[in-house]
Design a protein around this ligand. Structure first.
Ligand SMILES: [Zn+2]
Ligand SMILES: [Zn+2]
Length: 245
């Protein structure tokens, strides 16, 4: 689109030739490391979503089936895109091949999405369980949360602790995933949040169970609204089929 070219040309004037887009590898002329075509494509994926959990729904629906039935602990959840294609591969590189630099452009992307929420007082990363942290050596959600915190000028508070879930989550169905996670997170002892609004950050949302367990722990320590932001979310099988994922 013409306006995009104008924007890119303006950025080139301001920032000069810089780098490659972390998603599509085309040259970018801004200081965020992501091109306007990729950000536009992601925005289109999430153009009409459930007002609570942020999953794409058919217009004119306002809420998805689950949100009409359930009461989540979190107040709102939004993601930058669907967990597929280039976004999925960038997330996997950040998580599994040690390319921690990707948290900078991806953290910028998260900060844009977080602009949809109200004011927050702290930014909190979803913790890894001890065994995952040991194996990987770093928590990618913490890297992302640190970028968001710096971008939106809100303090980072790494206050959640996580016990191992009982067995692997991967083979469990939706209901068992929720049951298996309940009670596995807590806020650092002695922390009282006094009604403060929280921005909770993670890389991928699958069923929303992890975010909801984190929100439960934060609210039990006195948090006010809890807003969740993730880079990507997986689609339920039914929706994924329709989207051709
Ligand atoms: Zn791109
Ligand atoms: Zn929903």
């Amino acid at each position: 689109m013409a306006w995009r070219q104008v924007l890119d040309n303006l950025s080139r004037l301001v920032y000069g030739d810089q780098a490659l887009c972390c998603l599509c590898n085309s040259p970018v002329f801004n200081d965020v490391g992501m091109c306007s075509k990729c950000t536009g494509d992601l925005k289109r994926q999430m153009a009409w979503v459930c007002k609570v959990c942020g999953i794409p729904v058919r217009r004119p629906l306002e809420l998805c089936h689950e949100c009409r039935l359930n009461l989540y602990y979190f107040d709102m959840q939004r993601s930058a895109g669907i967990y597929n294609g280039r976004l999925m591969s960038a997330i996997r590189r950040m998580k599994y091949t040690g390319e921690r630099w990707l948290s900078r452009p991806l953290g910028w992307l998260l900060s844009q999405v977080a602009g949809q929420f109200g004011h927050v007082g702290i930014v909190v990363p979803v913790p890894l369980a001890g065994s995952s942290l040991k194996a990987r050596g770093y928590n990618q959600a913490r890297d992302l949360a640190a970028e968001v915190s710096s971008n939106i000028c809100v303090p980072l508070a790494d206050i959640l602790e996580r016990e191992e879930a009982r067995g692997s989550q991967a083979r469990l169905d939706r209901r068992d995933r929720w049951r298996n996670l309940r009670g596995t997170m807590s806020v650092t002892r002695g922390t009282h949040l006094g009604g403060i609004a929280v921005l909770l950050v993670d890389d991928v949302a699958t069923t929303g169970a992890t975010l909801d367990e984190a929100a439960r722990a934060l609210k039990s320590a006195g948090a006010g609204d809890v807003y969740c932001v993730t880079l990507a979310r997986t689609l339920p099988y039914r929706l994924a089929e329709e989207e051709g994922c």
